[in-house]
Structures are given as structure tokens and as C-alpha cells.
Design a protein around this ligand. Structure first.
Ligand code: ZN
Length: 491
């Protein structure tokens, strides 16, 4: 008991040990309980009742970190075993299958606790106690929330721990009877080590990526919980052939999606940044032609669009607007037909109306409270779309399929009907002023486009890089993740 904290818990357990001193067998009902009261605050409690005197022989305490019901359950078992005298036969009644499994593993003499075991510290402690006290353990599986009075009592007792704010039970770091442990930020990592390291790297990389200046929008959207990162991951890896092929075709589309996502699609604005010597004056605007009434003329003629070609403008330029509207209409039809094949009876006018009035299906919508059309095309998959499909009754894999296949279709349509024609237009302009593809290759001599030099070269790249968010955010994400037992992506 020397490694148990705080002292008040130890003295309580010592009292029970005195009471049970002459017993040869003990029967414990154990239970743990878990409550997520908000995003970062979790309450966990555990309790046991000894059956020979259920009114008196009962114990409960709070616990923390890596919130999970099996952890609370393991804590309950540990505190129960600590009260048993040497050579005692202890029977544990629990509804947790994982705990029974880990307890019986000890019976077979095999020590299976390693970096892969969840809550390793507690389980090490349990097995250490069993060995030190020469306990004989039996387990009985009971049904959760059944009519068993004692089980229900234990359950209630565990739930009352956080209502009554009982002391928080933990194992002191000095406890060293175990295999190597992993410590991060002064915290002992108590779940699968390899997964933890993976998460650590992921969170760090993600933090780096999101703090780029160009990703300020992405950061804001993530903070507002408007985008669904897990769907984005599936979408970026999506392959319409259905298999993980590495064909040239498939990787081209993957690359195109990634470029959209990372704002590196070569729009004129991006080209100006990359090749300031070539695209070096204000006449480099959107390469599409629009109908305009020229000064003094009476009929409209085709002139070049005067807007700067940002990523947004590629999809919203008035030349492409009719095409875009048609594509969106088809997209909604496709999603509707997918939904109809899943739940034919649930497709109503109301559902279709709701689907088509989602803000990202309307080119003019610029709500701060949701994703815009451009962002959807980029692959920022909105959480509201996920919610819509979920409320309709799709399961997770159906949602994944609908979103990935239709978004992939959307990007292919845009590529062939908007992006390719636009690239042809741009090519014509480049040829007219003598810009050749080799001028844009890395490592070639800088060619200054003299035909076009009407303004001094503008150094877009000289803008100071300002960071909009902290590079250490990942520390907080992982810390919260450890406390609440939820993935770091939630924070
Ligand atoms: Zn335009």
C-alpha cells in the first residue's frame, strides 16, 4: 500500500484490511463509472461492495486520466484486492470483459503486460498485489444494468464519487515493479506506446502545417469545429478504382486534390508569387474572357476578365458560373440518388430541399458559420454535411463512401470543364508574350519577360512571414487527450 496516494484513501483501505484479516474468502462486486461533463472535463469514479455485509463493507473513490470505463473498473479491482489478507480466495463480480480477461491471464501464469496493454500501471500493480499476497482469484461475469441488486448498488456508488467529490486515487510514480514505462511531459503513458508515439508525431506535424500562414482559414475552421478531419483523411487517400492502386492516373488525381487542399494549384496569383520575373505586371489577371460593354461601343464584346485569379475566382468567375451551377445541380442529384439507394422511403421533398440549401452548394454563399463552395471543392469537408448524412440514417462507412465518391466526381468535373479550358486560355496568353514551359522549371536561368515589363518587378515573397498560431499547441492537445481518453483531434 506504500505506493497508494492520497493518505486518506490508504487509511480507509487499511481499516478494511483489519476487518477482513481473518477471512479466507472475499466476494467483491466492482464497478467503474465515467462521465464526460464537457469537452475537457471528465469525471471517473470506482467502487466495490463486499457481499458479507453490503451495507458496511463498501468503498468508493475518484480517479483521473486516460478516462475510460475499463480504467475505472481496473481501479475498483485494485482497491478491492488491496484489502485482502494473505492467501485469501477473492472472487470478483464485474461486467467488464476486458478486466476478466486481464485477471485470468495472471491465472495462467503468463505475464502479458507490456507497452501494448492499456492502463499498464494499474494492471502491473494488480498483478504485483496478487503475487505479494498469494491471492487466489476467481472472476464472475455479470450483466451490466441487470436486476442484480448489489451490482446496481455498486454502480450507483461509483457514480456518486464525483457528485460527492471524493478523494482522487492514484499510484505513486515510485512504484517500479513493472516493465519499462514511457514518460512524456512528466506523465506516464498508460496506453499502447506505439500508438502514443504515432499520435505525438501526427499532432506535431499537424500543428506545423496548420500554423502556415496560408492555412489561417483552415485553422479558424478547425477551431470552430466546422470541418471533419477524419473524412478529409479518407478523402485524400480515396481512390475511385476501389483499390490502393499506384497507377499514374490515380496519383495524378491524388496530387490534384492535394494541390487544391494546400492552395498550390497554379492559379495566376500563385504563378505571380512563384515566377515574379515572368508574370510581372498587373495585366496578369484571370485568363477567361467575359462579355463587356466597351467604352463608347454599343454592343458587348469579349474582353479578358479583369479580376485577379485567386483560387476562389477560378470557380466563381462569371465565365464559368453557368457551368458551375450545372455541376452543383448534378452533384446534388448524385447524392440524392445515393441516399435513395440506402433508404428509399426516407427521400422526401423536405430532405432534398435541406440538402440543396446547404450553404456550400450555393456559389454566392459566404457564411462565416460554414464552409464555402470553394472550400468544399478544396476538400474541406464540412461537419454539417457529415451531420446531415448521419441524421438521414447513414452509417459511418456509407457516409465515407458518399462523401468521397461524390467529392471526387465533383473535382473531376471541375477539372475537365473549368480547369482545363482555363489552362488553355492561359497557355495562349503565355505564348503571346513568349513565356515557355521551360522558363518555369526550377534551376533554369531567370528570364525576365521584357515584352511584359511595364511595372517594376514586385517581390511578393518578401512579405514577412507572420505566424498566426502557436507551434506548441500539440502539447495541449496531447495533454487533453491523455486526461479525457479521447483522440487528440478532438481538441
Ligand atoms: Zn475571371
Amino acid at each position: 500500500m506504500e505506493f497508494i496516494r492520497p493518505v486518506s484513501v490508504v487509511s480507509k483501505l487499511r481499516e478494511f484490511r483489519l476487518l477482513f484479516n481473518n477471512r479466507t474468502d472475499l466476494h467483491f462486486y466492482t464497478d467503474g463509472s465515467l462521465k464526460h461533463s464537457d469537452q475537457t472535463l471528465v469525471n471517473m469514479g470506482c467502487a466495490w461492495i463486499e457481499t458479507s455485509n453490503p451495507e458496511e463493507y463498501r468503498f468508493s473513490v475518484q480517479c483521473t486520466d486516460y478516462a475510460s470505463s475499463s480504467r475505472a473498473e481496473a481501479m475498483a479491482i485494485l482497491t478491492a484486492l488491496l484489502t485482502a489478507p494473505k492467501y485469501c480466495h477473492v472472487t470478483i463480480y464485474t461486467d467488464s470483459a476486458i478486466c476478466i480477461q486481464l485477471l485470468t491471464k495472471h491465472e495462467y501464469g503468463s505475464h502479458h503486460i507490456n507497452g501494448k496493454t492499456v492502463n499498464q500501471m494499474i494492471w502491473c500493480y494488480i498483478h504485483w498485489v496478487i503475487q505479494a499476497l498469494h491471492l487466489h482469484i476467481s472472476t464472475i461475469k455479470i450483466k451490466a444494468h441487470d436486476t442484480d441488486q448489489l451490482n446496481n448498488d455498486t454502480d450507483r456508488l461509483a457514480k456518486e464519487t464525483y457528485k460527492n467529490d471524493l478523494p482522487i486515487f492514484f499510484i505513486d510514480h515510485k512504484f517500479t515493479f513493472h516493465h519499462p514505462i514511457l514518460v512524456w511531459n512528466k506523465r506516464i503513458i498508460e496506453f499502447n506506446h506505439r500508438n502514443f508515439i504515432n499520435q505525438l508525431y501526427q499532432a506535431q506535424l499537424f500543428n506545423c502545417y496548420i500554423s502556415f500562414r496560408r492555412n489561417i482559414n483552415l485553422y479558424e475552421l478547425t477551431k470552430k469545429r466546422l470541418i471533419n478531419w477524419s473524412l478529409i483523411n479518407s478523402y485524400m487517400a480515396y481512390d475511385y478504382n476501389g483499390k490502393q492502386s499506384t497507377s499514374f492516373d490515380a496519383s495524378y488525381w491524388k496530387q490534384f486534390r492535394l494541390k487544391l487542399f494546400t492552395y498550390t494549384i497554379p492559379t495566376v496569383e500563385v504563378l505571380k508569387n512563384r515566377h515574379p520575373h515572368l508574370y510581372n505586371n498587373y495585366s496578369w489577371t484571370c485568363p477567361n474572357d467575359v462579355l463587356r460593354l466597351k467604352y463608347g461601343a454599343t454592343t458587348k464584346t469579349m474582353v479578358r476578365c479583369q479580376e485577379n485569379e485567386s483560387l476562389e475566382h477560378v470557380f466563381l468567375c462569371e465565365t464559368v458560373r453557368p457551368i458551375m451551377i450545372q455541376i452543383i445541380k448534378n452533384l446534388i442529384l448524385r447524392i440524392t440518388s445515393d441516399l435513395r439507394s440506402i433508404h428509399p422511403s426516407r427521400i422526401t421533398k423536405h430532405v432534398i430541399h435541406k440538402l440543396s440549401s446547404l450553404p456550400y452548394f450555393n456559389p454566392d454563399s459566404r457564411l462565416d458559420s460554414d464552409i464555402s463552395l470553394t472550400q468544399l471543392i478544396q476538400g474541406f469537408i464540412p461537419d454539417s454535411l457529415f451531420d446531415f448524412l448521419k441524421n438521414f440514417g447513414c452509417n459511418a462507412s456509407e457516409i465515407k463512401h458518399i462523401v468521397c465518391s461524390n467529392l471526387n466526381w465533383l473535382v473531376n468535373e471541375i477539372h475537365s470543364k473549368i480547369w482545363i479550358p482555363r489552362c488553355k486560355n492561359l497557355r495562349l496568353r503565355e505564348i503571346a508574350v513568349g513565356i515557355l514551359p521551360e522558363h518555369k522549371k526550377k534551376g533554369t536561368l531567370k528570364k525576365i519577360n521584357v515584352n511584359n515589363l511595364t511595372f517594376p518587378v514586385i517581390h511578393y515573397l518578401d512579405n514577412p512571414v507572420v505566424q498566426h498560431c502557436d507551434n506548441d499547441l500539440w502539447n495541449i492537445w496531447i495533454e487533453y487527450s491523455c486526461q479525457t481518453g479521447k483522440p487528440w483531434q478532438d481538441f
